[in-house]
Design a protein. Structure first.
Length: 232
């Protein structure tokens, strides 16, 4: 019972992607093990027990069989690799067609993997240097767009160039205050908080106290807009 509960807990914690990856790895290992056993038996039937170097060849060809390349070569030469066991015409057709399918699937998988790594690398290495235009109309803090992906150094230079005065709190918060009294705060974790310029009623009461702006300079009721700078 405890083992089943533990297994259920582990299974529930796996993501779909991780589960597919594990299943694929298990199938690949099973395929290679069966391939080694088959090729070993073929060689033993033709030549007796393989020596160390021959055993390494069998293992290497079995691993490469995941790509389908050895099967195509064997179909073309009419005999198995390493053991040189002859193949019938039917076996050659089956190995050749099956190997070609495996080669195509293997190459598509490699291509997809490389593209995925490339996208991740590009996303990880992408550093924004300046934001686009913002909504405007709510003070200087609303006149520029999302700063997510910018480094703290780049943000500091950008906001200073727009006339912000900078101060820092003992808790690690950085405050940028513009001449129109709109503000940008950057928390220690990089989260950005924007405050609009004060607006007043005819009787002098401030009517937007506590208001915030989103990552594009628009009024929002969200506490966290997702705008965040990075430590570079």
């Amino acid at each position: 019972g405890a083992a089943l509960l533990a297994a259920a807990g582990i299974g529930a914690g796996l993501t779909a992607g991780a589960a597919l990856l594990i299943a694929g790895a298990a199938l690949a290992v099973g395929f290679v093990v069966l391939e080694i056993r088959s090729r070993w038996a073929e060689y033993a039937a033709q030549h007796g027990t393989p020596n160390f170097w021959t055993a390494l060849q069998i293992v290497g060809v079995s691993l490469l069989s995941l790509s389908g390349i050895p099967q195509v070569i064997e179909a073309l030469r009419g005999a198995r690799l390493v053991s040189d066991a002859p193949l019938t015409a039917t076996e050659r057709w089956v190995l050749g067609l099956g190997g070609l399918v495996q080669v195509v699937v293997f190459l598509l998988g490699v291509r997809a993997g490389l593209r995925s790594l490339g996208r991740r690398g590009t996303a990880a290495g992408r550093v924004q240097t300046a934001p686009g235009p913002g909504a405007g109309g709510y003070g200087a803090a609303s006149e520029f767009g999302d700063m997510t992906g910018m480094s703290r150094t780049a943000v500091d230079a950008f906001l200073r160039a727009r006339g912000a005065n900078v101060s820092r709190t003992a808790g690690g918060y950085t405050r940028y205050r513009f001449p129109d009294k709109s503000e940008v705060w950057i928390r220690p974790d990089g989260e950005v908080v924007r405050l609009p310029a004060p607006q007043y009623a005819p009787d002098g009461r401030r009517i937007n106290k506590g208001a915030r702006l989103d990552q594009r300079g628009r009024p929002t009721t969200m506490h966290n807009t997702g705008e965040r700078v990075i430590d570079r």
